[in-house]
Design a protein around this ligand. Structure first.
Ligand SMILES: C[S@@+](CC[C@H](N)C(=O)[O-])C[C@H]1O[C@@H](n2cnc3c(N)ncnc32)[C@H](O)[C@@H]1O
Length: 272
């Protein structure tokens, strides 16, 4: 069997300049899907950012949500996106300047946030916990930086819910195993509520949406990465992998491709 370290290129231990373009393309494609749009709209309603509030977006990626939050806390508020990947941070800064947004960015890690105790009113953290080796520590950091009464929107994927169609069941199962092994915390979605409760949060709402991708150009890079891992790990043979790629390509051409994974969201607050 192969190496068991997380291989996701989003993991802070795997940052590479060459992967930035690929990561930005993946985030942009996901941002346009109805499931992500609906989950974000639900979470923004639940978080209810108001003018004058101080908000932190942890693992901001391209910065799309910290820009939305900057607009919501204006005038008088402050929106900071923390991001450990310098390439993603540069993209976020460039897009923010182009959009004329007041959002700011800083280097930082969810496990040791560069902020003081009780220094923010709101926290947004989306699809980051799946990449963390110590997600409970990150939940503790959110509790530390939020003021009493402060609110959090914590959103994440649960990779055990992944569905791929078409494909031989045995091959799809092998790719699912590769996906579970790629993330540091693949069952992130189901653990969010318990992790926040353990840090003293009160839960206000829980929601979910599927992230559904049906375009070959967005599905293919992930499937090829998982397919190669599955072959290397001895889970499938090269002919099985090649047959899968052919089936997926044909399905993509006929509008019959389906890759999905369920995302969960929690809205919670620190008691006063
Ligand atoms: C799937 S992307 C999500 C980006 C953005 N939150 C969104 O939903 O569009 C995961 C993000 O988590 C960041 N990340 C990974 N490890 C992190 C860590 N230890 N602390 C903070 N962010 C981290 C990655 O650099 C990346 O920006």
């Amino acid at each position: 069997m192969g190496d068991s370290r997380p291989t996701s290129e989003f993991h802070a231990g795997n940052i590479s300049a060459s992967s930035v373009e690929r990561l930005v393309a993946a985030l942009d494609a996901q941002e346009g899907t109805p499931g992500v749009r609906r989950l974000r709209a639900w979470a923004h309603r639940g978080l209810d950012a108001r003018p004058g509030e101080r908000v932190l977006d942890i693992g901001t990626g391209t910065g799309s949500e910290v820009r939305a939050l900057a607009a919501a806390v204006s005038p008088g508020g402050d929106a900071l996106g923390v991001e450990p990947n310098p390439g993603l941070r540069a993209v976020a800064e460039q897009r923010t300047a182009e959009a004329g947004s007041t959002a700011r960015f800083a280097e930082g890690d969810a496990l040791a946030l560069p902020l003081g105790d009780a220094s923010v009113d709101l926290v947004w953290c989306e699809r980051v916990f799946q990449h963390l080796d110590e997600p409970q520590k990150a939940a503790g950091e959110i509790a530390r930086v939020l003021r009493p009464g402060g609110r959090v929107a914590l959103l994440d994927t649960d990779w055990a819910t992944a569905i791929l169609h078409p494909g031989e069941p045995e091959v799809v199962k092998a790719l699912s195993a590769a996906a579970l092994a790629a993330a540091a915390n693949p069952y992130a979605g189901r653990r969010l509520v318990g992790q926040l409760r353990a840090e003293g949060f009160e839960i206000d709402d829980v929601g979910s949406q599927a992230l559904i991708q049906d375009r070959l150009e967005t599905v293919e890079p992930l499937i090829r990465m998982l397919g190669e891992t599955a072959v290397r790990s001895g889970l499938i043979t090269e002919p099985q992998r090649d047959r899968l790629y052919e089936e997926l390509t044909a399905a993509g051409e006929h509008g019959a491709l389906h890759l999905s994974v369920t995302m969960f969201g929690v809205i919670a607050h620190r008691p006063d």
